[in-house]
Ligand binder design. Structure first.
Ligand code: Q0Z
Length: 303
């Protein structure tokens, strides 16, 4: 498997996500780079979606700004012309798809908020009638709206593995009661605002995952990517039908195509035809423009 960050060979690589790269910049900053890679059914596909990395970076930046009255973010800059000189050779490869961020002492808890029942939460519910210790009413189905948003922290699993849901008490045991309570409060507050805003624009935010960290002054900051279709489940509101898997706002064309090919779900996944690539790119651009009210071309021209 070729390294997915060869194009940034001179930079200090800290880590890779399925579709993202993390580099160190000096001692006090990191660079998050979002690729155009896309995964489906937990497999990274061989075909890229042009502009996906820029759309997801633009979305994170917009949400950080929208949420800045609730919590400070880790972002220093996203304008490549302001980046440190060592990044200059990579300027065009970074434009629009990268964020220079404060290097934080990351809290080792994935802060997950769920407004709808699906995924691992649905599995928990079917097994126990509850999700991460939150009792729920009987009769809920895949895609049901939850009576109230629930906070379901999890541990950060190594890449390629699924995070493990933990109880709120377990989270408190790991990071301390006070910080655990602050993470829960912030997660629910941010999710509430984001899901209301998205719903007004026809997108249901079913669930999302936040990461936080402390900066050198001990300030807790919202980190990583936020409220993107990769860190969250985005569903088109007009297609919402509890009782089965909901269509993904951004990945449904790809899922349907891959199912139609009869692919056995083992890597490598089939290449995507041009029409699926273009319709998926269009969905990403549409999600960006609907949520932010900013034209994607305008975002690119100011990156
Ligand atoms: N501001 C920060 N300071 C220190 N560490 C991180 C940090 C650690 N892990 N991750 C998630 C991740 C892993 C791989 C590639 C990615 F692009 C992102 C982000 C951050 Cl965001």
């Amino acid at each position: 498997m070729p390294l997915t960050h060869e194009e940034f060979a001179g930079l200090t690589h800290l880590g890779s996500g399925k579709v993202r790269e993390l580099f160190a910049v000096g001692d006090d900053a990191v660079l998050l780079v979002a690729s155009d890679r896309i995964s489906a059914f937990d497999v990274v596909l061989p075909t890229e979606i042009p502009d996906k990395g820029a759309v997801l970076t633009g979305l994170s930046l917009w949400w950080f700004d929208q949420l800045s009255d609730l919590v400070p973010s880790h972002v220093i800059s996203s304008s490549v012309d302001e980046y440190p000189a060592e990044l200059a050779p990579y300027k065009e490869q970074l434009r629009g798809r990268s964020m220079l961020c404060r290097r934080l002492d990351m809290v080792m808890i994935e802060c997950v908020a769920r407004g709808y029942l699906t995924g691992s939460g649905l599995k928990d519910y079917r097994r126990t009638g509850a999700v991460s210790g939150h009792p729920l009413p009987p009769g809920l189905e895949d895609g049901s709206k939850l009576p109230t948003t629930i906070y379901t922290p999890s541990t950060k699993a190594p890449i390629g593995e699924h995070d493990e849901n933990i109880s709120r008490d377990d989270a408190a045991g790991r990071v301390g009661k006070e910080l655990a309570a602050e993470l829960e409060h912030l997660t629910l507050q941010i999710f509430g605002r984001a899901s209301d805003l998205a719903a007004e624009r026809g997108i249901l935010l079913a669930d999302t995952k936040f990461e936080f960290g402390h900066d050198a002054d001990g300030v807790l900051r919202l980190a990583d990517e936020v409220l993107t279709p990769d860190s969250s489940r985005f569903w088109p509101a007009d297609a919402w039908t509890p009782g089965g898997a909901q269509p993904s706002y951004d990945k449904q064309f790809i899922r349907n195509y891959l199912v139609d090919t009869g692919w056995d779900r083992n890597p490598p996944a089939p290449e995507l035809p041009a029409d699926i690539v273009e319709s998926t790119r269009a969905r990403y651009v549409e999600a960006y423009e609907r949520l932010t009210g900013i034209s994607f071309q305008d975002y690119l021209s100011t990156a």
